[in-house]
Design a protein around this ligand. Structure first.
Ligand code: ZN
Length: 289
């Protein structure tokens, strides 16, 4: 990653489509440049991080911006206020989650990440005001850009951002490079199917929410990993349900512990990540039952 680039550390990965990597959470931010306008993909985690991004964006272009959030997580949306009064796009459920839970998230983060407390104290949660439920098409300085919700996965409000004339797809945290996928708010049973729909549209570079830019093959691999976990959870579920071991949503009991160990070994993921994935999968299975 270049930090001395004259373009503010941005890397052009296709015709006037830029990404910029930040050390915090190894995040990948996008900027889609049209004639006299730019669309910013995600806004980082706090007001201070948003301001840093804003000045980096200004070194890339003097054009006015619009903003899109790939989902409601703080590291993608809590810089929003810094970019007002520009339009901010996102799924309606993304805006709902930020309205309902944003302030509580700030309090939680300040407790869990004291080094961010001062930044968080001046961070204003500012949900998207331009919302949709499945699909929106923008024209960014003459370029079509498609925003699509393809199903639940990493959260219930993930969208992808497609730039058809450059063959580039921003996947948000539906795809993660350099670390296992993040399952805290996830729908592991739906995630593989959603990634299948992502693959249908992946014609070139795929930009994950965190880590290096990848391609369709990488997405296929991540789909297979998540599908393996989902399939094993489904297979063990009848036994767990029968013994009551899965009551309360915890992946408790010997069979679940064995499954956690097996999957951690097979996937090369930390046990804690697998346990969280299974816990979310069992939660889904219980509500299906
Ligand atoms: Zn996320």
């Amino acid at each position: 990653m270049s930090t001395t680039s004259p373009a503010g550390g941005w890397q052009e990965i296709g015709d006037r489509v830029f990404v910029r990597r930040y050390d915090f959470f190894d995040q990948e931010i996008g900027a889609i440049l049209g004639d006299g306008e730019v669309l910013l993909v995600d806004t980082r985690s706090t007001a201070a991080q948003g301001r840093e991004l804003r000045s980096d964006l200004r070194r890339l272009t003097a054009a006015p911006w619009r903003v899109v959030n790939t989902h409601h997580h703080f590291d993608h949306a809590f810089g929003n206020a810094v970019f007002r009064p520009a339009e901010t796009w996102g799924l309606e459920r993304c805006a709902e989650r930020l309205r309902a839970g944003g302030e509580a998230t700030i309090a939680e983060l300040a407790r869990d990440m004291p080094e961010l407390a001062a930044d968080l104290a001046e961070t204003v949660v500012d949900p998207p005001d331009r919302t949709f439920t499945r699909r929106a098409e923008l024209v960014v300085g003459g370029r079509p850009v498609e925003l699509l919700h393809l199903g639940r996965g990493h959260t219930d409000n993930d969208i992808i951002v497609l730039v058809p004339d450059a063959g580039i797809l921003f996947a948000g945290d539906l795809v993660e490079q350099g670390a296992p996928p993040s399952f805290g708010d996830s729908y592991p049973l739906d995630w593989p199917g959603t990634l299948g729909h992502v693959l249908d549209r992946a014609a070139g570079p795929v930009v994950p929410g965190h880590g290096d830019v990848v391609d369709a093959d990488f997405v296929r691999g991540q789909l297979a990993e998540i599908a393996l976990g989902a399939e094993r959870a489904r297979r063990v579920w009848p036994d767990l349900a029968a013994t009551g071991a899965a009551a309360g949503g915890a992946a408790a009991g010997a069979p679940a512990r064995r499954l956690t160990e097996d999957l951690a070994r097979l996937l090369g993921w930390p046990r804690q990540v697998v346990a969280e994935a299974l816990s979310r999968a069992f939660l889904q299975l219980r509500s299906e039952a």
